[in-house]
Design a protein around this ligand. Structure first.
Ligand code: 6PG
Length: 475
């Protein structure tokens, strides 16, 4: 019996960029793949263009034929827009499935919806896996990082296949089962929040070099390229360096100089913030990045404001390149640390027992935020961490000690020059908040008790107390 006769190892529904790349990746690793798509006329050209991999692919226009072509217990990967289209497909496919079949959502999904879907699918005896896939089209085709949430049984079933197609870091596959139901999609959402902060911080350093130091795009690109050999080595620095040195064929100008400064966003950064706030966290570096994308789209307002609002800027010392490199290092550490705090809060709230070291490890290759630092973070999380805080690990503290002064100087130069650096500033503000044992919330508590009798704790006595407040002078 050939593998085709016993049925495909996996079904991939949705032949957009990511779905087709993943289907080819599975086929490349000698899995037989059944494919289908909402627009049936995409199926035949996809297989025709698959070259020698075509004999591992079978195309099916009807959902029933697609399901029937997959070996049981079935693995069915949906690579379609999350939300209503996914819910409609789940409703359509469930009656065709058998007990223990697994539906995998490989898109970026709101983890709350994933939890709801997992519960609903479990009632039918099937499994629902929320799997975050990072690395863009190239990653999906040649090795993504994947964050899996679902039942242990579905993980055992999927594991050989996803480990085969995953990116490898020194041989270790960048995929793991992180927890039940929504855990994988939650981790992917926070990955994207960190991605937003990292991209924003790089853009802010670019802005300082352009608007404070007067450098050109290729000069900045060359500087970023030189950072690839140091602690900032990462995919996002690599692509930023390459992008800044790309020339526009139409104008012979640097391509970035002819791109409109309005950033798009699909929502995962915003989801990170919403969930962080619900968990009582404030991921301020990520929040600044999401906010900056929002402000970037208000181009008309910014154009109207520029001649009207004075910067009252003052002369600042030009940041030197080493300071900029170190500032970015400190801010990157702080941005990631905030992301891990959100993960940790969610892990406690939903009893997921997320393994931060393993999450760092599966982010070391394949995903968009892959960087040299993630290996250091994995080591830090494997050691005894005071208060479970990444920035209190000895090796991470050492890195911050060597770089935080630079972040302070760079943020100060940006502030004095009137150049916005929201994510760099937010990370420094968080650092300065968290490193002070005595803050200023004693006055907030006093204010709350003064006008609302909300009570406060004292430093010298247990229990809830109220103040015998002075009268406000009548005016
Ligand atoms: C990844 C990316 C990927 C996608 C982002 C873009 O990990 O491969 O994060 O999921 O590029 O969702 O998001 P925005 O359009 O919101 O920037």
């Amino acid at each position: 019996m050939t593998t085709h006769e016993k049925g495909a190892d996996i079904g991939v529904y949705g032949l957009g960029t990511m779905g087709s790349a993943l289907a080819l990746n599975f086929a490349d690793h000698e899995f037989d793949v059944a494919v289908s798509n909402k627009e049936p006329d995409w199926i035949a050209p996809f297989i025709q263009n698959a070259g020698p991999l075509a004999n591992r692919l079978s195309g099916h226009e009807s959902l029933a034929d697609f399901v029937a072509a997959i070996a049981r217990p079935r693995n069915i990967l949906f690579m379609i827009p999350s939300g209503a289209p996914l819910d409609a497909m789940i409703d359509a496919i469930l009656p065709l499935l058998d007990k223990d079949d697994t539906i995998v959502d490989g898109g970026n999904a709101d983890f709350n919806a994933t939890r709801r879907r997992a519960e609903m699918v479990a009632e039918t005896g099937c499994h629902f896996v929320g799997m975050g896939v990072s690395g863009g089209a190239e990653g999906a085709r040649h090795g993504p990082s994947m964050m899996v949430g679902g039942t242990r049984q579905s993980w055992d079933q999927l594991r050989p296949m996803v480990e085969a197609i995953a990116a490898k870091f020194e041989g270790d596959p960048c995929v793991d089962h992180l927890g039940p139901d929504g855990a994988g999609h939650f981790v992917k959402t926070v990955h994207n929040g960190i991605e937003y902060a990292d991209m924003q911080m790089i853009a802010e350093v670019y802005g300082i070099l352009r608007d404070v130091c007067g450098q050109t795009a290729p000069e900045i690109g060359a500087l970023f390229e030189s950072w690839q050999t140091g602690p900032l080595s990462s995919y996002l620095i690599e692509v930023s360096a390459a992008a800044l040195q790309t020339v526009d064929g139409d104008t012979d100008q640097p391509l970035v100089d002819v791109i409109l400064d309005k950033a798009g966003q699909k929502g995962t950064g915003r989801w990170t913030l919403i969930e962080a706030l619900k968990l009582g966290q404030s991921a301020s570096a990520i929040e600044a990045a999401v906010g900056a994308r929002g402000w970037s789209s208000e181009k008309a307002t910014r154009q109207a404001a520029e001649p009207l609002l004075n910067a009252a800027a003052q002369t600042a010392d030009m940041p030197d390149p080493d300071d900029l490199e170190n500032a970015l290092l400190a801010a990157r550490i702080l941005g990631h640390a905030q992301g891990f705090r959100v993960l940790s809060a969610a892990s406690d709230e939903f009893d997921w027992q997320l393994d931060m070291a393993r999450i760092s490890e599966i982010w070391r290759a394949g995903c968009i935020i892959r960087s040299a630092l993630l290996d250091d973070f994995a080591d830090a999380f494997r050691s005894e961490l005071p208060e479970n805080e990444l920035i209190l690990a000895p090796e991470i503290r050492k890195m911050l000690e060597g770089s935080i002064g630079a972040l302070r100087r760079v943020v100060a130069a940006a502030v004095l020059s009137g150049v916005a650096a929201p994510s760099l500033s937010a990370s420094l503000v968080w650092y300065d908040t968290i490193r002070r044992a005595r803050g200023t919330a004693n006055l907030i508590q006093a204010q709350r008790d003064f006008f609302g009798a909300h009570g406060f704790e004292r430093i010298d006595k247990v229990g809830a107390h109220h103040g015998d407040w002075n009268e406000v002078a009548k005016t």
